[in-house]
Ligand binder design. Structure first.
Ligand SMILES: O=P(O)(O)O[C@@H]1C[C@H](O)[C@@H](CO)O1
Ligand SMILES: O=c1cc[nH]c(=O)[nH]1
Length: 275
């Protein structure tokens, strides 16, 4: 079964769950927020941008950076963690920008995105853009490059995300917003020495065996086999590898959120640049 992407037409996010309207209270458990305990429209109704990334410290630093960039009151140091009570994710705001950590891997980002999307729904936010700012392993690209994802692909280089729903496997599209990708690429051109490209991002379920690493606790393949696989990935248009983009693209697409995924290829990961 394949699902189609959604857009509400009103700029509101689209929650596709008929049960939600019947619930007296919606507890966003991992964010430590809820519809009865918090006035979500007052707290978040004016949010226009959401930036997400794996680590809480990165997202705090990003909120501080945004606070300074936007010339907001405060010294940029005094951002408070809105989700401090949960100990799962960290959330900061700087004006119309929310900055949220999501941990590592698809299950972790999925839980955060379900609760974030419901938060944007309850807060009646409109025209929200969401951008993942993450790290990744580059494939045949210069260390320090930024890859803006046009499409997330799976380990067979297919543009799909398979979600198990009860005992069904549901296939979801992993295309991201092409116009937003071009807009971000244009922004990068204003910054000198900032190598940036648009390409496919391969999303894996594992950092070691899933990404062809030879240094995990388990490794059943040879160095030659790994290089052959990475060359095939490159030939299929993959320019970097990470662990969240497919779920991110699928959930944003289905719920009508304009989304992009940008990754810094920080380290010259040994063996991940076979070309
Ligand atoms: O957002 P981050 O930099 O955490 O994303 C990548 C993918 C995995 O979560 C993690 C692996 O080191 O980094
Ligand atoms: O190589 C890398 C670097 C960051 N994140 C990944 O998933 N892989």
């Amino acid at each position: 079964m394949t699902e189609t992407t959604g857009y509400s037409g009103s700029g509101l996010v689209l929650v596709r769950n008929p049960h939600l309207d019947l619930m007296e209270e919606d507890v966003l458990y991992h964010l430590d927020l809820g519809t009865k305990t918090h006035n979500l429209p007052a707290m978040f109704g004016d949010i226009k941008f959401v930036c997400v990334g794996g680590s809480p410290n990165r997202m705090r630093a990003f909120a501080q950076f945004m606070q300074r960039e936007l010339g907001l009151a405060g010294d940029g140091e005094d951002v408070a963690d809105i989700c401090a009570g949960s100990d799962r994710y960290a959330m900061y705001r700087a004006g119309p920008v929310l900055s949220i950590s999501h941990g590592m891997g698809i299950p972790s980002i999925s839980i955060m995105l379900h609760e974030l999307i419901k938060l944007l729904h309850h807060a009646k936010c409109r025209d929200v853009t969401i951008i993942r700012i993450g790290t990744s392993g580059g494939l045949g690209i210069e260390a320090g490059s930024v890859v803006i994802t046009d499409t997330a692909v799976d380990s067979s280089f297919q543009p799909r995300f398979e979600q198990v729903v009860l005992d069904d496997v549901v296939v979801r599209s992993t295309e991201l917003d092409k116009d937003l990708a071009e807009e971000l690429l244009a922004c990068s051109r204003d910054i000198p020495d900032f190598p940036t490209l648009i390409g496919h991002t391969m999303c894996t379920y594992d950092f070691y065996e899933g990404q062809g690493r030879l240094d995990g606790a388990l490794c059943s393949f040879s160095s030659e086999k790994k290089l052959e696989y990475l060359r095939r990935a490159y030939d299929a248009g993959v320019r970097n590898i990470e662990m969240e983009s497919a779920a991110f693209a699928a959930l944003c697409g289905l719920c009508g959120l304009k989304g992009e995924s940008c990754h810094f290829h920080l380290l010259p990961t040994p063996g991940l640049n076979p070309l």
